[in-house]
Design a binder for this molecule. Structure first.
Ligand SMILES: [Mg+2]
Length: 223
């Protein structure tokens, strides 16, 4: 009986140690890519993006109504990111089989043929119709201003209150100081930035917006 007990305890210890050192297998890259493709082609991505823009739209309407109710009306503004928020690079990323490099993606952006993310365009139009100023704040470089402006207009974003691009010599490891700095400048112009919307947390951190809305982006990460 005692021997049996010892055997049981030893087996249990072996099992615990085995479980502790066992690591889950690393997922094969091709399966990860297939997951990304399915996420898009199944319509799940579009659905999740639309849900975030619906929430942002409801919030915008609330804020506009509240602003109108006060005698002392503020100049309301929204900040929109561009890539994977207002414009989509998906077709280029899929063409590169989710590989390629940043230079290739940038070259594609310079073509100015990115399409609008539809719920983003609807949100933009809602803001315009409610007299809420729209500012685009993008991590694209200042050198890409002309191509970016042309692309925005071709995609249906006809006009804006401001278009902030990252300085060509920007060398910080995160875009947060630049993006929050842009929102700070917008508020310094007298606007109340009611919300900022983007696909990266770095689009949203750093303050100078009352509320943050994050759309999904499983394709790349920007600190
Ligand atoms: Mg983006």
């Amino acid at each position: 009986m005692k021997r049996c007990y010892h055997l049981f305890i030893t087996s249990l210890l072996v099992l615990v140690v085995t479980l502790a050192i066992a690591k889950p297998p690393v997922t094969n890259l091709d399966f990860i890519k297939q997951k990304l493709i399915n996420y898009n082609t199944s319509g799940q991505y579009a659905k999740e993006v639309a849900a975030v823009f619906n929430e942002a739209s409801a919030y915008l309407e609330e804020r506009v109504a509240a602003n109108q109710a006060t005698g002392n009306k503020k100049r309301l503004a929204v900040v929109m990111d561009i890539d994977e928020t207002s414009l989509s690079n998906y077709s280029e990323m899929a063409k590169e089989n989710f590989g390629g490099n940043k230079d290739e993606l940038m070259q594609a952006m310079l073509q100015g043929q990115d399409s609008a993310i539809k719920p983003a365009l609807a949100f933009y139009q809602l803001a315009q119709s409610k007299d809420v100023a729209v500012f685009f704040v993008t991590g694209r470089f200042e050198s890409m201003r002309a191509a970016t402006a042309k692309n925005l207009q071709a995609a249906g974003y006809k006009t804006w209150q401001g278009l902030f691009l990252k300085p060509n010599n920007y060398n910080k490891s995160s875009v947060v100081p630049y993006k929050s700095g842009a929102r700070h400048q917008i508020e310094a112009q007298g606007y109340d930035v009611i919300l900022t919307i983007g696909d990266q947390w770095s689009d949203l951190k750093g303050g100078y917006a009352d509320k943050q809305f994050k759309v999904p982006n499983p394709y790349y990460y920007i600190p």
